[in-house]
Design a protein around this ligand. Structure first.
Ligand code: DGY
Length: 428
């Protein structure tokens, strides 16, 4: 891996460091984002372990008493982003949004610990982070799966991190466009509007924020009132993987009973995830809890159960074939929507572009599921894509052009992580 690019990636993390937390990129995202910080911490860990742990500790300062780890922590004011803390109306210090994001944190913390050069320091850090992680996983169950089905509900497209995925089209269309909050989008003054969600989607996003604020951010009221309620396959796959990583931490850092508690959740989730398999599509699907039906959309999220370790050998084979098929239709993999689907839009955010973090998770899943060659291929292709397209927020799958925000923290982090992963691969 080229030394100048490694230095460039490190420089991006340093430049986006706001004194103990990392913004995803300057101006477009001027606060600390939940799942961004999980990936960013893994990137920091490749060259600055204390800073990596600090990233997660700082995010957890935004954690609520009930265990919720918010999607955004507003550490310092900024006019560059909408909706800011005034719209969310959450009473917390530091101010936060009132929804969450895919739970990658336990996975990040385990990777930090496993790769630590300073073992004693890492153990002390994990000991202090572990209770927050445990509370967060308990929150996912009591707030989002109170019936203990094994599948956690998501109530806002922003919670999936894949805001305008075609998978949400039908579910989001049921959300009214009326808002009590006036919409003052700032994103389209930083990035070409053709690469961002459409205006009508924003109206529905803000309608949900208004509704949840009126629910007083109480989980049971939100769950009952939300017209958008899905089982997001990405969130659930990431959560299952995170439960396995939390289990590994629990044996060393947990209280008596933690291991058994987590094991029960894992068994339940493994069984439940299997119900979301689509043999016709050759990947897993999300589920719409309002229409009570699988969501038939071919998106890269459907490959993430590879990362959870829950797919059967036959499912792994089928997903590998799906990945090869999609890869054969574009220059750069993995497109966020299948290129032959009519909803594919190569430039528009989560409707087609390639995202480095998704590639990293899919590659990690392939490597752990008996597909090391395909994993190595995807890692090498992702490294190449970033080397040529820059450290962009996302990439045009047709030619690898970097698009969206520039100098993006999680893309830099993935680049650094891939350097470590491919060294491990060469050695093993
Ligand atoms: C945004 O505002 O674009 C984010 O994706 C919300 O997390």
């Amino acid at each position: 891996m080229r030394v100048d690019l490694i230095e460039r990636a490190r420089a991006i993390l340093r430049a986006n460091d706001r004194g103990g937390y990392t913004v995803p990129t300057d101006r477009l995202y001027p606060f600390q984002w939940n799942w961004d910080s999980g990936f960013v911490a893994m990137g920091w860990a490749t060259f600055d372990e204390p800073r990596a742990f600090a990233e997660i500790a700082r995010l957890l300062r935004g954690q609520w008493d009930d265990g919720l780890v918010p999607q955004i922590v507003f550490h310092a004011p900024s006019d560059d982003y909408f909706p800011g803390p005034d719209v969310w109306g959450v009473r917390h210090d530091p101010p936060t949004s009132g929804i969450t994001q895919p739970p990658i944190l336990a996975t990040a913390v385990r990777r930090l610990l496993d790769g630590a050069r300073d073992r004693a320091e890492a153990e002390a850090c994990v000991a202090s982070l572990y209770p927050g992680l445990r509370a967060s996983h308990r929150w996912w169950e009591h707030a989002r799966d109170p019936a203990r089905t094994g599948l956690a509900a998501t109530l806002h497209p922003w919670e999936t991190g894949m805001d305008n995925s075609p998978a949400w089209d039908a579910a989001l269309a049921r959300v009214p466009v009326e808002t009590t909050t006036p919409i003052r989008r700032r994103d389209t003054s930083h990035v070409d509007a053709a690469m961002r969600p459409r205006g009508e989607e924003y109206q529905r996003f803000i309608h949900l924020v208004d509704l949840f604020r009126d629910c007083g951010w109480q989980p049971e009221r939100m769950l009952a009132a939300s017209p958008f309620k899905v089982i997001d396959i990405a969130t659930n796959a990431i959560l299952l993987r995170a439960e396995r990583d939390l289990l590994a931490l629990a044996a060393r850092f947990g209280a008596p009973g933690d291991v058994a508690e987590i094991e029960v959740r894992i068994v339940r989730k493994e069984r439940a995830l299997g119900r979301l398999w689509s043999g016709v599509r050759g990947h897993f699907l999300s589920f719409d809890l309002i229409s009570d039906a699988l969501i038939d959309a071919p998106t890269s999220a459907g490959l993430l159960p590879l990362f959870s370790g829950a797919a059967s050998a036959a499912e792994v084979q089928a997903m590998a074939a799906t990945l090869r098929r999609w890869t054969g239709q574009v220059r750069c993999a993995v497109p966020s929507t299948a290129p032959d689907d009519k909803r594919f839009e190569p430039l528009r955010y989560w409707r087609g572009p390639v995202w480095a973090v998704v590639n990293w998770m899919i590659a990690e899943g392939l490597a752990g599921s008996g597909e090391p060659a395909l994993a190595a291929e995807l890692r090498a292709a992702t490294t190449q894509m970033i080397a040529h397209g820059g450290f962009s927020e996302y990439f045009d799958p047709r030619d690898g052009t970097g698009i969206g925000g520039a100098e993006f923290s999680w893309t830099a982090a993935v680049f650094l992580m891939l350097g470590i992963d491919s060294e491990v691969e060469v050695r093993s």
